[in-house]
Design a protein around this ligand. Sequence first.
Ligand SMILES: Cc1cc2nc3c(=O)[nH]c(=O)nc-3n(C[C@H](O)[C@H](O)[C@H](O)COP(=O)(O)OP(=O)(O)OC[C@H]3O[C@@H](n4cnc5c(N)ncnc54)[C@H](O)[C@@H]3O)c2cc1C
Length: 472
Amino acid sequence: MTADGFDAVVVGAGPNGLVAAVTLATAGRRVLLVEAADRVGGALRSQELTLPGFRHDVGATALPLALASRAFRELGLTGDELRWAHPPVPVAHPLDGRDAVLVHRDVEVTARGLGRDGGSWRGLVGATARAGPPLVDTLLSPLGVPSAPLAAVRYGLTGALPATWLGRAAFRTVAGRAVFAGMAAHSVLDLRQPITAGYGMLLAALAHAVGWPVVQGGSQHLADALAARLERLGGELRTGTTVTSLDELPAAPIVVLDLTPRQVLAVAGHRLPDRYRRRLERFRYGPGVFKLDWALDGPVPWADPRVGQAGTVHLGGTLEEVAAGERDVARGRHPDRPYVLCVQPTVPDPSRAPAGKHVLWAYCHVPNGSTRDQTEVIEAQLERFAPGFRERVLARHALAPKALEAFDANLVGGDIGGGAADLRQFATRPVAALRPWATPVPGLFIGSSSTPPGGGVHGMGGWHAARLALRR
Ligand SMILES: Cc1cc2nc3c(=O)[nH]c(=O)nc-3n(C[C@H](O)[C@H](O)[C@H](O)COP(=O)(O)OP(=O)(O)OC[C@H]3O[C@@H](n4cnc5c(N)ncnc54)[C@H](O)[C@@H]3O)c2cc1C
């Protein structure tokens, strides 16, 4: 690459890299965004993985964090750039031999469905949802000045607990405990660990506060909208260019890496002081996922048909079963009946498949770098709550951890969260520092999901890195 007067170079065009690039360009900087893949988006890309006409999100689909995050609110993507599609029910959690639990947009409707546990849902999840954007901003900027200090303290008192404790203490029914565990298991942590309750409360609250929408036409459209915005602001995009060393980049006063510590070390290690390099080497990755995408010739035949209205479905039964599965994974084992996170994109957005057909995806957590084929156990969980599911399958496509990492180098060992997000590494990622987006090298910043606030499509890692770069 030639030096041609860029003020900032961003490496990696995942949601964090794209947000960083647009934030810098909006501030008037001339930005170059370099991406290894042929298309922008990172884990937001969409492809026809199974059959022609079936459009699958390879990674993220349910995007409540994007809708709620300050970074995306400030970008103010218009209806011309992007359309959201909301499922009638954000989340469902089927149970054996009884009605599924439905998390509706409305707190009251959800609470009524939970019977004896309705009051706890209102008190815990409803209160978090009511605290609204100021609380979400505080949680997605965990090292900043809280914009909702009281709500944050209230949330923190219960959110700091292990999900198993809070689930059992706050809820009395099988349904209430199960739905809470299903939310908390998004943390990809042993649910007996601290702060897992907090993940559950936030994600459940977002279902009420903003919904769990998908992007009309596929998540790729969100990435493309950001890339188009960048280009309109005068930014330049180079796809199909894997950066192996900072020395390959044009000289620029600001470099933001949308990379996880392993790649930061590979690309920039020779410029980093020894001490910082050793700290990055100690960064811990979390478990991986094994993902399946299906083309279906009709909707999933859920035993409780109301589950067919949900965008996201948590499969794994009771709190005890979900917790046991996550505990096994944390110990490096493959549970027989894992917690399975399943997304039905064509429920809110039928445009992703030919008329009357559907796309569906599901993953289960596995030990980092696992090579075991999980197709059977995932499909068994679907058959358990949707007998006859396999008869609807027209085609399937599997993504084991290694394949995920080949698709996007940030998905190290199949870890989709950019590193373990336990108490120790939640805010101290990639290293413990007041401003963890900055490195000791002047002008060099990290903005990936390996920085606070961590995994998920919210763009906040890139936003923090870009703003810090602009301030400095
Ligand atoms: C299967 C799956 C399902 C998910 N589901 C959801 C969901 O429903 N909702 C949600 O909010 N989140 C979900 N996530 C998580 C979410 O997608 C990630 O947390 C998010 O994409 C992280 O953004 P990022 O920009 O930090 O990194 P990434 O999106 O991983 O992007 C990193 C980019 O950097 C590029 N890159 C890497 N190395 C180099 C290099 N050396 N040179 C140039 N470019 C490089 C990669 O090609 C990639 O484009 C899911 C992820 C996966 C994989």
